[in-house]
Design a protein around this ligand. Structure first.
Ligand code: PFF
Length: 545
């Protein structure tokens, strides 16, 4: 067969770093991270956070980059395809389903939050989000906007415009995905990333010049705000809290986009001449800079200066981002400007992340089923639209969103990450993996990472995962030794189960089963291609033209 289509590829090294950094820098950096840090007492949280970065973040990041490029060299770009060459066992490709369903399902709720950000940017720029100085007004606005009071609320039309914003962001994502890797994702990230960093610096400059805005409350000044975010509290006591370690490890995964199947796919479009060591560390460092130096300096200190610690504690991520911050912006001169650019930067950060959640699904549909770009985009669009409508409909207390985030965005990513690191450290072997990682590399990974990857990371992950099951699933209380199943379990099998939670889990199962069936079909194609010596590389290069 003559190859009429040529492979997709990144057009430059900077482009791929921007795309991976774009995936990593997202709502996690500017909302989730500050929320968790404030909740767990920042100094102690940062210790657990950096330990997790070193022991699992960087190692799994390099592992994903290396395995992804290796799979790409064998002609595969999807997680099932890459796993089929890595495991060399017929079951291998089915394990790879995790690298497709995780990003696809996360997309269904992440894009909803992305729509809130665009909506908030729009409402700030048009002056609609000036609701006075009572946080209750902002919280009521948000609950109505996202439909947190009642199921189906946002689909009833009338005042509520969230579905319009959702339609816009959904279409934008699929338009860019349709344009392809370099003309869509890469091009968008190349512009969006610098713009969002500039907007973050403008916001940061404003926050750092807040001083003491209310002379009658001298304690609520910027320095104390920074102290609230960064001073270690009673570190030894806080570090003995297992929840803090779980939160820190979960944040490292979520923020770096490792363990999702995303980096494997992105890296599969590289060649052996590309430097995965340097690219991996550059993208991760960009993410850490945006998270710690920008995200960590903006949200919490600004909220502290205007509301004190009482206004922050117990707010949770969404409370902080969509109730407290709008109130804070409304107290600044030019609220429309600072509120507008902050939520617009969140929106840009979210788009560059959600794009990365779609590419693994597209890659699989194209190489597994031989679909053309238009068909793969349509099919994935339909699957994610159903999931997204499900999330939007079951909006009471954001139950569907929360349930999917727990079982997919936390539980399944631990599993995928553990499989990847064990595969690299034990299946392929660290030495061989090391040689593979360093092909085309201009810098070397420090060799102390070898024992870390082989022993420490898997052990650390297993401990964290066991703690997660013990505390967050079975609800173990160490002081009494009793088990009080967490709400995620009682919602499913308790005396008063929650329908939305049950349906969410059913949705995960259906999506997984659907892709498993498709992987079965893909496997046959791949076997045939192997026999005919034709690898399944039949994607369109970019858009069909
Ligand atoms: N890393 C992104 C953030 O910090 O917001 C979130 C994310 C991106 C999660 C890509 C999952 C994913 F596949």
């Amino acid at each position: 067969m003559t190859q009429t289509h040529h492979r997709e590829a990144w057009s430059s090294r900077l482009g791929v770093i921007m795309a991976v950094a774009g995936s990593a820098v997202g709502l996690g950096n500017f909302l989730r991270f500050p929320g968790l840090a404030a909740q767990y007492g920042s100094g102690a949280f940062m210790i657990a956070y950096f330990i997790s970065l070193l022991l699992i973040g960087f190692p799994i990041c390099w592992v994903e980059w290396t395995l992804g490029r290796y799979g790409g060299q064998k002609g595969f770009h999807s997680s099932p395809g890459i796993f089929s060459v890595l495991l060399r066992h017929p079951a291998g490709k089915y394990i790879g389903v995790l690298g497709v369903i995780i990003p696809v399902i996360i997309y269904t709720y992440y894009v909803y939050i992305e729509a809130w950000c665009l909506g908030y940017a729009f409402y700030f720029f048009t002056g609609k989000l000036s609701l006075g100085s009572d946080v209750a007004a902002y919280s009521e606005f948000w609950s109505n906007f996202v439909g947190a009071n009642r199921d189906g609320m946002t689909l009833e039309g009338g005042q509520n415009q969230v579905v319009i914003f959702l339609a816009i962001v959904f279409s934008l994502n699929f338009y860019l995905i349709y344009r392809g890797l370099s003309k869509g994702i890469e091009l968008f990230c190349k512009y969006a990333m610098p713009v969002l960093v500039i907007l973050a610096f403008i916001t940061l400059a404003r926050v750092l010049t807040l001083g003491t805005p209310d002379a009658s409350k001298p304690d609520q000044n910027l320095l104390n705000g920074l102290g609230f975010m960064w001073n270690p509290g009673d570190v030894s006591k806080q570090l003995s809290n297992p929840q803090l370690w779980l939160a820190a490890a979960g944040q490292i995964f979520f923020s770096l986009s490792v363990g999702f199947g995303v980096i494997i796919t992105y890296a599969s479009y590289l060649t052996n001449r590309d430097d995965v060591v340097l690219s991996g560390i550059s993208a991760s460092s960009t993410n850490e800079f945006c998270e710690v130096a920008l995200g960590g300096m903006i949200t919490v200190p600004a909220a502290f200066v205007f509301l004190g610690s009482a206004g922050i504690v117990g707010q949770g991520t969404f409370g902080l981002g969509f109730n407290v911050l709008p109130l804070v912006f409304s107290k600044l001169p030019y609220p429309w400007f600072f509120g507008g650019i902050f939520f617009f930067l969140l929106f840009l950060a979210a788009v560059t992340s959600s794009l990365s959640m779609l590419q693994p699904g597209i890659a699989f549909l194209e190489e597994g089923l031989g679909l053309k770009r238009r068909q793969s985009v349509t099919l994935l669009g339909m699957i994610t639209a159903i999931g997204c409508l499900f999330v939007v409909y079951n909006s009471k207390d954001l139950k569907a969103l929360d349930t999917l985030d727990f079982w997919v965005g936390t539980f399944l990513i631990f599993i995928l990450a553990t499989i990847l690191i064990i595969l690299f450290g034990w299946g392929i072997g660290v030495e061989k993996g090391w040689t593979e990682a360093h092909k085309g590399a201009e810098i070397r990974i420090p060799s102390f990472f070898k024992p870390i990857i082989k022993y420490v990371s898997p052990l650390y992950l297993l401990i964290i995962f066991s703690l997660f099951i013990l505390f967050n699933v079975f609800g173990w209380d160490p002081s009494t030794g009793a088990f009080q199943p967490s709400s995620y379990i009682s919602d499913l099998v308790g005396e008063t189960p929650n329908a939305a939670a049950r349906l969410s889990v059913l949705f995960i199962v259906i999506v997984a089963a659907f892709f498993m069936v498709l992987i079965g079909t893909a496997g046959k194609r791949w076997d045939n291609a192997k026999n005919g010596a034709n690898l399944p590389d039949n994607q369109d290069s970019e858009t069909e033209s």
